[in-house]
Ligand binder design. Structure first.
Ligand code: F6R
Length: 591
């Protein structure tokens, strides 16, 4: 989603800003822009599309030598993705970039228009620039920004330059923003990866704090007073943009799954470490997350209820944050997030913390808001994901849930097997990933279809949700996931001649039931496809994907990678932009 970088110092400003924008590209965006200043003039250059286009434009059009500036990648929220709506925006003396959504911008805009302000774009961000410009007429910068903070409703991270002022200003609420501290240079960024090449020292800004950056100093103010803040050190290695010989990041990240999975399992093979996975103290669990992270939670729900004896409910964070919460003394709220910056998941977490309930986050990004604020955390350590569609991080989330359910069930005396059964999963996963030709062949059979279904029961339904999401987000092939037995209660009317219906079967107890449901669709012309484990495979007359048998706790980690590869090849056949699917963002920092 939107990204911000700002720089003040002795290096060539456009180089630093462009590097930062390239590092932020993985978050997803549709336009980009920079504003640079040479202590006199401000030059704004923007482009729709990739940062490389912006770079070409800067090389052609930039005329000034600058020592400070701000830059932005925009993921359209208010107003379509065009040049006018791209950031930075300048009104009067104020130039700014903005992440987030200003909820009262229509009202503010109306008032400002009456006062004579004219707007070019459809953005809420331009309204912020106008409002600050208005306050600057009668106030110094800090007072004006404090007045601005009082007026704004919604979420924002702002990087600001004021004409003839030679400083950078930064402030935020609900959208992340940090201050990077260098030697005779300072930065602001929405994500440490944008500046990690230059410094690993940073300060996190909190709401109502205003950072003022100059080349050789920075100051932070709150409610008009200067404050001191802790300087943190990041051990982020930054973004490794290489594809390691693969043609897409998505493929590279899928192929990394066995290694990162082994690392995670090895970590928890240590009994002391495994204590962190024991949830026997809790009677009820709410799992809260978005998208794939929520679908990993659905796998977790099945495992917790089946093997750890804990009643578990899964909620999309966007619903959870506004629903009435019913907690008992022994409720745990588990947040799941790859980025650790998903706005709805953060808000849900903060609510739970405020209501004094225990929180635990399964999170990939150690420098993220969720990693910092959750009561307890389990880091998945999948490494950075660049492809917008999550793959390796999802598998590790599922693995954490499986290990938690197993450890808790074992401690309660419900499970007899030994934890060492997890050790064989990474090698079996390698076998799944080796069968590329089979996925390619199957992809050829479905890529021209208009629509498809994934069906399954119990835990297999949870896998259907992820399989279906992966397929639609990267290949744009319409797909729905359904509980196999539920299809005939209405939705089966959509089944047409030749429509692929992919039936997932890893649960022995439910195999015959799911097959009956698949047959119901075949009787109406569907193309039945089965995804199953070796021990259950007696499906001679079907198109199928068969993964090695492992255990009822770990089968999910072998089935979903096969579906990820199938989606990849369907997308490839359909000529899609696999790593950056249309309309999607990697880090969803707005509600
Ligand atoms: C799908 C995908 C998204 C994310 C969701 C939550 O491939 O990546 O559905 O899972 O946006 O993001 P995180 O995990 O960063 O909170």
């Amino acid at each position: 989603m939107c990204g911000i970088i700002g720089y003040i110092g002795g290096k060539k400003t456009t180089d630093v800003l462009l590097e930062g924008l390239y590092a932020l590209e993985y978050r997803g965006y549709d336009s980009a822009g920079v504003a640079i200043c040479d202590n006199k003039d401000i030059e704004i250059i923007k482009s729709v599309g990739r940062v490389s286009l912006l770079e070409e434009k800067i090389n052609k059009e930039s005329k000034i030598k600058s020592n400070y500036g701000i830059a932005h990648t925009r993921w359209a929220t208010n107003g379509e993705a065009n040049l006018t709506n791209a950031h930075p925006h300048k009104i009067g003396k104020v130039t700014l970039v903005h992440n987030g959504i200003i909820e009262n911008s229509d009202l503010l805009k109306e008032k400002l228009i009456k006062e004579g302000y004219k707007f070019n774009s459809d953005t809420d961000s331009e309204v912020v620039a106008a409002l600050l410009d208005k306050y600057l007429k009668d106030n110094d910068v800090l007072k004006a920004i404090n007045l601005l903070i009082k007026d704004l409703k919604g979420s924002y991270a702002l990087g600001i330059m004021i004409d003839n002022d030679n400083k950078l200003y930064a402030l935020r609420k609900d959208s992340p923003l940090l201050l990077g501290i260098g030697e005779k240079e300072n930065f602001l960024a929405s994500d440490i990866t944008a500046i990690i090449k230059h410094t690993n020292k940073y300060i996190l800004l909190e709401p109502k704090e205003i950072a003022v950056l100059e080349e050789d100093k920075y100051e932070i103010f709150k409610d008009g007073n200067k404050i001191e803040k802790e300087v943190l050190i990041s051990d982020s290695k930054g973004i490794d943009n290489s594809k390691n010989g693969y043609s897409h990041h998505m493929m590279k990240e899928i192929m990394e799954e066995p290694i990162v999975l082994k690392r995670l399992i090895d970590r928890f093979s240590d009994e002391k470490e495994r204590k962190n996975l024991d949830l026997s103290n809790y009677k009820e669990i709410d799992i809260v997350a978005c998208g794939s992270a929520m679908y990993a939670g659905l796998v977790g729900q099945n495992l917790f209820e089946e093997y750890a004896g804990i009643k578990t409910t899964v909620y999309p964070a966007s619903e959870y944050r506004y629903k009435k919460k019913i907690y008992n003394q022994k409720t745990l709220v588990i947040l799941v997030s790859q980025s650790g910056e998903t706005a709805d998941t953060i808000a849900a977490m903060r609510e739970a913390i405020e209501l004094n309930v225990d929180t635990l986050a399964i999170v990939n990004n150690p420098d993220s808001t969720i990693a910092r604020e959750a009561g307890k955390i389990i880091l998945t350590n999948a490494g950075v994901e660049i492809a917008v569609a999550t793959t390796k991080a999802y598998i590790l989330q599922v693995c954490v849930f499986a290990m938690m359910a197993f450890t808790t069930g074992k401690n309660k005396g419900l499970i007899k097997e030994d934890f060492s059964l997890f050790n064989e999963v990474p090698n079996k996963l390698k076998l799944v990933l080796e069968k590329q030709d089979e996925y390619k062949e199957l992809a050829k059979k479905i890529y021209k279809k208009e629509s498809c279904f994934f069906i399954g029961r119990g835990i297999d339904y949870a896998l259907c949700m992820e399989g279906s999401l992966k397929l639609k987000e990267v290949s744009y092939l319409h797909s729905e996931a359904y509980q196999a037995g539920e299809l005939k209660h209405g939705t089966i009317s959509l089944v047409e001649e030749g429509m692929p219906v992919i039936c997932i079967i890893s649960d022995k107890e439910l195999k015959d039931k799911s097959i009956s449901n698949l047959k119901e669709t075949e009787a109406r012309g569907s193309l039945g496809i089965i995804v199953t484990t070796e021990d259950l495979d007696d499906f001679d007359n079907y198109l199928k994907i068969v993964v090695p048998s492992s255990s009822k706790y770990t089968d999910s980690m072998l089935i979903v990678p096969a579906l990820q590869l199938l989606s990849y090849y369907v997308a490839l056949n359909r000529g899609c932009d696999i790593d950056k699917p249309r309309n999607l963002a990697k880090s969803v920092t707005v509600e």
